[in-house]
Write a protein that binds this ligand. Sequence first.
Ligand SMILES: NC(=O)c1ccc[n+]([C@@H]2O[C@H](COP(=O)([O-])OP(=O)(O)OC[C@H]3O[C@@H](n4cnc5c(N)ncnc54)[C@H](OP(=O)(O)O)[C@@H]3O)[C@@H](O)[C@H]2O)c1
Length: 338
Amino acid sequence: MKEYNVAIVGALGAVGSEMRKALEERSLPIKKLKLLDIEQNVGTKLPFKGSDVEVELSCNEAFEGVDVAFFAVSDKVSRMLAPEAVKRGCLVIDNSSAWRMDENTPLVVPEVNPEALKEHHGIIANPNCSTIIAMVPLKPLHEKAGLKRVIASTYQAVSGAGIAGLDELRVQTGQVLGGEPIEPKAFAHQIAFNLIPHIDYFEDNAYTHEEMKMLREGRKILSLPDLKVACTCVRVPVFRSHSEAITIETERPITPDEAREILSSAPGVKLVDCPETNTYPMPVDTSDQDLIYVGRIRDDISSDGNGLTFWCCGDQIRKGAAVNAVQIAEKMVEMGLI
Ligand SMILES: NC(=O)c1ccc[n+]([C@@H]2O[C@H](COP(=O)([O-])OP(=O)(O)OC[C@H]3O[C@@H](n4cnc5c(N)ncnc54)[C@H](OP(=O)(O)O)[C@@H]3O)[C@@H](O)[C@H]2O)c1
């Protein structure tokens, strides 16, 4: 079996760290792992499969001899470095939003649209974390009933904003409980004991960029250019795992029982839906998990028919980022594309 030289760019960040863990746990055959990050972090030793790997400087030349590079850095850094990596024969799987809407770049959730991988030109984009979490259950429901419209509200964990977001909730919680003044840095307002209905920047239509990602990326992944989507994204004081309340309108009727049956065997989904025993998805249960938990499935009683509503949770650092990226590489091996 072929083994691959693999790099993680942004190795010390929230996604980069989880990527190292995912590569250790999963089956991608790795010959050598390179960890790349900024100058201040060069020389840091991080464990991988029983050895210590030293962090190297992330620069153009670092991609020589690398087969697959997992990027876990900002859009700006990805725009700068990904083409340099591709020039050196490296396949880039990118977690930022830099390439997601580029027409030459496949945007892939392996359970949903693996066939798009065949069209790559060196870069594959990982969708936004909330989009991935929604797509995994939406795809099998779409196959059964035909999606017409999606209304989603997200409850997004602070780690979606990286290490800085995690630190801010930790520090602020102590400060608020101790009656000390707080100084928001990672978020626009206090996040401890608060909700912030604002993620990423506001676009001209008064929706945030994060909200518009659900529409634009969802249409691209599902190949449904006319899908109607309205989304509200909210940052919540939860350390890890995003939650989403999703209501759909479909072309054909689908009952909650039919939806439960479909989702009970859908790839990447775990059905957790038993109101009698207070059993439903919650972020504390999905943290450190790779499946999207789906429950609270019921009729949309406000619709004229063909409406269904549900609740789902997923670990946005794992399935919403690191694990989805590693699954993309695994799928490409399986499809004989690398
Ligand atoms: N967190 C999530 O749940 C999540 C989910 C989906 C997608 N994403 C996306 O994934 C990317 C990484 O997010 P994150 O949450 O992991 O952020 P993060 O925790 O801030 O980590 C980013 C890492 O990249 C390093 N870095 C900065 N400039 C670099 C360069 N030129 N070369 C190599 N490394 C560099 C940073 O170092 P310093 O901190 O020292 O600057 C840090 O270690 C972002 O595009 C984000 O939007 C994140």
